[in-house]
Design a protein around this ligand. Structure first.
Ligand SMILES: [Fe+2]
Length: 548
């Protein structure tokens, strides 16, 4: 069966295509519309559909919408309740229900030829759960979903066995660890529903000195659920305006919330494991993008393995919804093949794009060697290869690469990207070298969703990728899965003795990740990047006028 998955209602609109149980394509709307996160997560914008991503999914598979057997929409308005009944202060939330109920009609307008009767509503957290339990390479696994909110809950705990989900516990709103984290994100002067990872980074600079207060208001109930009572944030630390510098008070508050989140997650995971005696935990929902908490779950929850959906935020519900419906109609589903599920271009297409743009380019004998050479000379490389990533992490398809041995490269990359200086950049490492350098977190770590401790002997050798607390968010590269990137890493190691490069997403501040060749050229043209490696071609930065 051919199932199109659609996420639209809250965050990160996205589309995915599952054919006969195989994941064929998945992409976020922001990569096409060039508007970060697609739309703001407000009720007024909830009608906006991932039209461009959905059309591309069909085009990629050579399908007409009339050939689609079902469309999975990752929200079920029949499960929703009025916001005031849920204890939420969201007077326009009813718009979401209205838009969701009308989604079949909207979709039929956006995708002419679609029969609205083919649209199926999938409960939001079931879609999240499927994006973990059915996409992970484990036939049997436990699943924890934690996000801001779904129809009326913020959490689901369950187990997948033979593709069937058994729901063991949900937590009703207004209690929500995702909304708690969003609220503190806003209080600390960052953008709600977008900048939560900045709070996580800031937490490393602080001490959790407000933990006692938070333990009184945010606590597990011992039955697999939890409470998040209102917190008087202002009494703890005065709200930071976005333009104000952050202080140790802000870092301490971030550290306290982060620490408490980890404690509650460990309790929820412990309860689930107590019920199932499972050995594999899979995670989805926006909270599962918290790499520090994920590592805590890996080290302290008792599970042998933890697998996290790389598009753990709402974008992933497009894929999860489609996988869920595929199972419901009787298909056997396969694990997702990787995160590179977005758009890709042939060498001929790339050559045509470079020729049209009239930029001087060359085709070196081996692009990997040309890149390794540039990185060893301390150049910054824009790396555009293969199909783009599903989810927020650059995993070697649309990346900025640099030398990790020069401490100043952290500042340099944050300047290239226009980001705050407390933000870390991450290391990419050959999988077979990783255990000697990185510990504590799980290895291999293909999707960059855990933090690892950097071995003391290596911290001075790769200072640019070591966060203030001695950790790094590692992506391991397996030579069999990623032969080209592995050759870059080997070439770089041969020249420098370091099997590690800096990898951060290919974009500038506030913009979505580069997706197509034009985006790559625009980014290269406007940012101080030395080399663009695009398919087998390279574009070199000309020497500034007066220095040649
Ligand atoms: Fe969600």
């Amino acid at each position: 069966m051919k199932i199109l998955g659609v996420n639209a209602l809250f965050h990160d609109p996205a589309a995915a295509l599952v054919i006969d149980g195989e994941t064929v394509a998945a992409a976020e709307e922001e990569r096409f519309s060039r508007r970060k996160h697609g739309h703001r997560p407000v009720p007024f914008a909830a009608w906006e559909l991932p039209e461009l991503a959905a059309r591309w999914c069909l085009e990629h598979a050579g399908l007409d919408i009339s050939e689609i057997d079902a469309v999975a929409y990752s929200y079920d308005p029949a499960l929703a309740r009025p916001a005031d009944e849920l204890g939420l202060d969201d007077p326009w939330d009813h718009l979401r229900q209205t838009y969701a109920r009308r989604a079949p009609g909207f979709l039929a307008t956006a995708l002419p030829g679609l029969d609205p009767a083919d649209v199926r509503f999938v409960p939001h957290h079931v879609a999240h759960a499927a994006s973990a339990g059915l996409a992970a390479p484990h036939e049997t696994c436990d699943v924890l979903v934690l996000d801001g909110r779904g129809e009326s809950a913020s959490h689901l705990a369950g187990r997948y066995d033979g593709g069937e989900l058994e729901v063991l516990r949900t937590q009703e709103l207004p209690h929500s660890l995702g909304l708690l984290y969003e609220t503190v994100t806003e209080h600390l002067g960052f953008l709600r529903s977008s900048d939560e990872y900045k709070v996580m980074a800031l937490a490393s600079y602080g001490r959790p000195r407000f933990l006692d207060e938070l333990r009184r208001t945010v606590y597990p109930t011992g039955d697999g659920g939890f409470r998040t009572e209102p917190v008087d944030w202002q009494s703890l630390v005065k709200q930071r305006r976005p333009d104000e510098p952050w202080t140790s008070d802000h870092a301490d508050l971030a550290a306290s919330v982060q620490h408490r989140l980890e404690e509650v997650l460990l309790d929820l995971a412990g309860w689930l494991r107590g019920r199932t005696r499972g050995s594999v935990l899979t995670l989805a929902g926006g909270v599962a993008l918290n790499c520090v908490a994920n590592t805590r779950l890996f080290t302290d929850s008792g599970y042998d393995q933890v697998w996290v959906q790389p598009a753990a935020g709402d974008a992933g519900t497009a894929l999860g919804g489609a996988l869920h419906v595929a199972r419901a109609v009787g298909d056997t589903t396969s694990p997702m093949p990787g995160a590179d599920l977005g758009r890709g271009w042939s060498d001929d297409d790339l050559e045509a794009a470079l020729t049209t743009a009239r930029v001087p380019f060359e085709r070196p004998r081996d692009v990997a060697e040309a890149v390794a050479e540039c990185l060893a000379d301390n150049g910054v490389v824009a790396w555009f290869q293969g199909r783009s990533e599903y989810g927020p992490r650059a995993l070697g398809r649309r990346s900025l690469l640099a030398h990790p041995g020069h401490e100043k490269n952290l500042e340099r990359l944050n300047d290239v990207k226009g980001r705050e200086q407390f933000r870390p950049v991450a290391p990419m490492v050959l999988a077979d070298r990783a255990p000697a350098i990185f510990g504590r977190g799980p290895l291999p770590s293909r999707y960059m969703l855990f933090v690892h401790d950097v071995d003391a002997g290596w911290r001075d050798r790769i200072p640019a990728v070591v966060h203030v607390d001695g950790t790094a968010r590692v992506q391991t590269v397996d030579a069999e899965d990623e032969p080209l990137m592995a050759r870059v890493l080997r070439g770089f190691e041969r020249r420098t003795g370091l099997p590690v490069v800096i990898n951060t997403s290919l974009n500038t501040a506030g913009r979505p990740m580069v997706d197509d060749p034009r985006d790559a050229l625009e980014c290269f043209g406007s940012a101080p990047v030395d080399l663009l490696a695009i398919g087998p071609f390279v574009v070199r930065r000309a020497a500034p006028r007066g220095t040649a």
